[in-house]
Design a protein around this ligand. Structure first.
Ligand code: G6P
Length: 369
């Protein structure tokens, strides 16, 4: 059933719970399950692998998918990436590299700012690739090459399953381009593609294991006036997305920050009234984030920590709330850690009694300036 809410109270909740299945569908369209090979069009992969620079442009949640992809393209495929929100990019007259590739991400394929940014890049001689969810959209028609996310119709204004399928698609493209360039060896490609293929079951276990805890603690978070979200590396854009989700549907003021940037401003906001949501898998950057968490706790900050087993052992005790996440490959962690922040925004909004699927002042697709 794609048109009704089924057993769910809101479309947003239904769409959150559809993620294991739509991530699986999207993966199956890009990875051959028998050979584990990425089956993206060879000309697209070659074009991306050869690009002197990629420019990734989008709006809202789709922009945060680009932001995560910047970390992936640069670290894994060693391709320099520029990112921007479409409303800025289209007017800033950016010089564009010869042989450059511009990539646009959009659920609707109709967002006007994204479309105008695309037209600008075309005039600058860039090859245009788009990642869209809606079939036969304007953005699709004006692109040289298109990849479809298989999220199915997304009704809730706050994007959830479109985001995780955008990330899934971008991850496949990164892997294929990295393999083509020889930036990673065949064994690593195989292992990373296995990590991707484990996502549907991992996302499912996050949904099953964290939903009740998050619903409970969300009643306390719903009392807050401001909430901060912190993350490092590819968890930074997930912190931004978490803050966006919360403000969109609960109307609580929220900010996402790079954890290391806290000391340059936001730390002044910390007191015992401000929940600080920290996204910190036990990875290479964990120790750095842990020291930011200690600084927050020392100032009375109420930390909600999302981390895995080792992270909890090390840091769980000082935090007001903590949620245990499964251990995962760092590559796929952003796709896992966005799930609990979606649930958090949803349950806070329900606790506040807002119109979750149709938040005030927002539209699903913005086709005006
Ligand atoms: C609107 C929606 C957001 C979405 C953004 C970009 O603001 O409310 O959820 O992320 O547009 O939309 P697109 O269709 O281009 O992904």
């Amino acid at each position: 059933e794609t048109t009704g809410k089924g057993e769910y109270r809101h479309f947003m909740l239904k769409e959150i719970f559809e993620q294991p299945s739509v991530i699986g569908d999207t993966l199956n369209s890009f990875i051959n399950p028998a050979t584990r090979e990425i089956t993206l069009p060879a000309d697209l992969v070659e074009m991306v692998a050869k690009a002197s620079r990629l420019t990734l442009v989008a709006c809202g949640t789709a922009f945060y998918a680009c932001h995560v992809a910047k970390y992936w393209f640069e670290q894994i495929a060693r391709i320099p990436v520029e990112i921007d929100v479409a409303s800025e990019f289209r007017y800033r007259e950016a010089p564009m590299p010869e042989g450059g590739v511009a990539l646009f991400v959009s659920q609707s394929g109709e967002t006007l700012d994204t479309l105008e940014a695309l037209r600008y890049c075309k005039r600058q001689g860039q090859k245009i690739v788009s990642i869209v969810n809606t079939i036969e959209s304007t953005i699709e028609r004006e692109s040289d090459m298109v990849l479809h996310t298989l999220a199915g119709p997304e009704i809730g204004v706050a994007s959830t399953k479109a985001f995780t399928t955008q990330l899934t698609t971008l991850a496949c493209l990164v892997l294929a381009a990295a393999a083509k360039k020889g930036a990673i060896d065949a064994k690593t490609v195989g292992a990373m593609s296995d990590s991707l293929r484990q996502l549907p079951s991992l996302v499912n276990s996050v949904l099953q294991d964290t939903a009740v805890t998050i619903e409970k603690l969300s009643r306390e978070i719903a009392e807050a006036r401001d909430v901060l979200y912190l993350g490092r590396g590819a968890m930074y854009p997930i912190a931004l997305e978490g803050a966006l989700k919360l403000k969109e549907i609960s109307y609580i003021h929220a900010e996402g920050y790079a954890a290391g940037e806290m000391k340059h401003g936001p730390i002044a906001l910390i007191d015992d009234k401000v929940p600080v949501v920290v996204l910190a898998p036990h990875d290479k950057l964990f120790e750095k984030t842990a020291s930011n968490v200690q600084e927050t706790i020392a100032r009375g900050g109420q930390v909600l920590l999302f981390t895995d087993r080792d992270g909890l052992t090390q840091l769980g005790r000082g935090c007001r709330w903590s949620v245990r996440m499964p251990v995962s490959d760092a590559f796929v962690a952003p796709i896992l850690y966005v799930i609990p922040v979606q649930l958090l925004a949803y349950h806070v909004a329900v606790a506040k009694g807002t119109d979750v699927d149709q938040p005030r002042n927002l539209a699903k697709s913005v086709t005006v300036e």
